[in-house]
Design a protein around this ligand. Sequence first.
Ligand SMILES: [Zn+2]
Length: 239
Amino acid sequence: MENVDLLFFGAHPDDVELSASGTIVKSVADGLRVGMIDLTSGEMGTRGTPQTRKREAQASARILGATFREQLDFGDGALRTGREEELILVDVIRRCRPKLVFTPYPDDRHPDHTRAGRLVTEASFYAGLKALETGLPAHRPQTTIYYLQNYMFPPSFVVDVTKAWKKKMRSIAAFKSQFHDPKSKEPQTFISDPKFLEMIEARGKHFGALIGVEYGEAFVTKQPPRVDDLIGAYGGREV
Ligand SMILES: [Zn+2]
């Protein structure tokens, strides 16, 4: 782990890829440093072993151009959110000193996503408390940004990821054990159905259409982003 501009958290390996990896590719292309943290290794998944998924996650991070990717062990399927886990995240944030933190929206179909969103939000705040001494200097990110998974909420902003889309889909395909593979003999799951990747594609097009581009990724923030160029912000769209 080292200093990065943006730090992306997922409850499970592939969470970030499905919802926000186009933004990673775009940010890396823009010269930003991006780190990735999986709170679990996805050990409760129906397909693939934790070892396979670890290899797949590293392969995906290389495709995206992430500076690093780390996996923590907070418990897939029963994500722990106690003080111990909170303090681990406080130190992760203090070590990486991100300007922005990305995490699942803290209300989702999978309870691990909900818990991850809340835990990361709270740890990001606590990381800035000087009186909370952990041996590392305090650091508070500018804000926590939520990516959308199963439940949809009105986006606060949409990132144009048109140029990043191919790499995003390649990073998802790196999780060979999880998604559609006609040769796989493992049991079929919700996400290994070919329709799932079609849905990701459709969602990217839908969010893109909202801002007048081919592909987009949508995010929610509790506080709105500042807009410096109003005309540019609505470029490419007509009422
Ligand atoms: Zn997940």
